[in-house]
Design a protein around this ligand. Structure first.
Ligand code: ATP
Length: 366
């Protein structure tokens, strides 16, 4: 996807991250990471706290210089360029707006820095404010805005000079859930309209799935899986990914003669294990399990005891104890059809369709 700016030229650039390592003393924050990001792509770096997301974004912005490796924007090696020469838009969580300036003053700042003529600045600021739905608020002071409006000002300031690359570090984390979800869609639409290559950092897996063309899951300074949102959710490559993305319970299985068994019963699988050596785990997602009352065709069956029912509004979770101290959960949508949930303490039979039965290894194969 390559978008075009007002002057009719392409505005996005591919990013190439090649064998980047960053150490702090003896600690390795980024461990030889490589990633190719296509022109116009929206990619999210997703990982737990301390995994290296911000460090990698700072390397792209030029605030952190890696110990080794290379960063290229298009065919240009930018590894040694300082931040202000990289021409990237940035929205960082603590990248504060200027409180003494108006909304328009803040948004116009990058243009003034670049020596753009006053009349053109006013015009471009107005256009970009309209784009983030703040057209009426140019003369307001920053302290007269809500949290969501401030985030939009920050976004407008990052895109007003039409950067080919936009870097965002948890830009929505300070907002409440409803506003955050609304802004996720707005940022996504903005990206679709403008088309700059975007690298977005979050530790919120739902946000990553909602917004991205691709998600790069990072932990301990390494990528563990890079793929479309559907890929990382439906086809996790390791136990870490299955547990980190979405809700899941992992059940150990034994491999005998190339077949996976749960307590001596062979399992029907969606596909053969992709990394069959070593301990395998069955990924049990609550929304994929079915409460069995009769037939079990095409299902892997698990018998246990209902333990607890948790009402969550749009759905209800039933926790079930399987033998050997294994806990799973099944999610029932809030509809009046379907079997009633069994009372705690009563026996339960759960079915997992073969098509949803997938195995993951403890670790991703090297
Ligand atoms: P969070 O979601 O909590 O912001 P993150 O994935 O963005 O986490 P980074 O900020 O990239 O994590 O940090 C990666 C690792 O590097 C962390 O373990 C952190 O403690 C360490 N680290 C970051 N900056 C420094 C520093 N200046 N000196 C020493 N260690 C650092």
């Amino acid at each position: 996807m390559t978008a075009v700016n007002g002057k009719g030229s392409a505005i996005s650039l591919p990013i190439s991250i090649r064998n980047v390592t960053k150490t702090y003393g003896t600690f390795t924050a980024l461990d030889n990471v490589s990633l190719e990001i296509a022109s116009g792509e929206f990619i999210t770096l997703l990982g737990p706290s301390g995994s290296g997301k911000t460090t990698l974004l700072m390397v792209l912005a030029g605030f952190i210089r890696p110990a080794s490796g290379e960063v290229r924007f298009g065919d240009r090696d930018v590894s040694l360029l300082p931040p202000h020469k990289r021409d990237v838009g940035m929205v960082f969580q603590n990248y504060a707006l200027f409180p003494h300036m108006t909304v328009a003053g803040n948004v116009g700042y990058p243009l003034r820095l670049r020596g753009v003529a006053k009349s053109e600045i006013a015009d471009r600021v107005q256009k970009v404010l309209a784009l983030v739905q703040l057209g009426e608020l140019g003369t307001r002071n920053i302290d007269q805005l809500s949290g969501g409006q401030r985030q939009r000002v920050a976004l407008a300031r990052a895109i007003v000079f039409e950067p080919r690359i936009l870097l965002m570090d948890e830009p929505l984390s300070a907002l409440d859930k409803k506003l955050r979800e609304q802004m996720q869609i707005e940022v996504r639409h903005l990206h679709q309209r403008l088309g700059m290559t975007t690298v977005y950092v979050t530790h919120d897996q739902r946000e990553a799935l909602t917004m991205s063309d691709r998600v790069a899951v990072i932990d301990k300074g390494r990528f563990h899986q890079i793929g479309s949102p559907r890929d990382v959710y439906e086809r996790p490559e390791s136990r870490f990914i299955a547990e980190f993305i979405g809700e899941s319970h992992l059940v150990a299985v034994s491999m005998r003669g190339g077949t996976a068994h749960y307590r001596d019963r062979p399992l029907q699988l969606a596909e053969p294990p992709r990394h069959p050596s070593g301990q395998q785990f069955l990924v049990m997602r609550p929304e994929k399990l079915k409460l069995l009352t009769g037939g079990e065709d095409g299902l892997n069956v698990f018998e246990g005891t209902a333990r607890e029912i948790v009402y969550q509004g749009e759905s209800t979770l039933l926790y079930v104890d399987l033998p050997d101290d294994v806990e799973v959960a099944i999610r029932q949508p809030a509809t009046s059809v379907g079997p009633a949930l069994p009372a705690p303490g009563t026996p339960v039979r759960l079915g997992l369709p073969a098509g949803d039965t997938m195995l993951v290894p403890a670790e991703r194969a090297p």
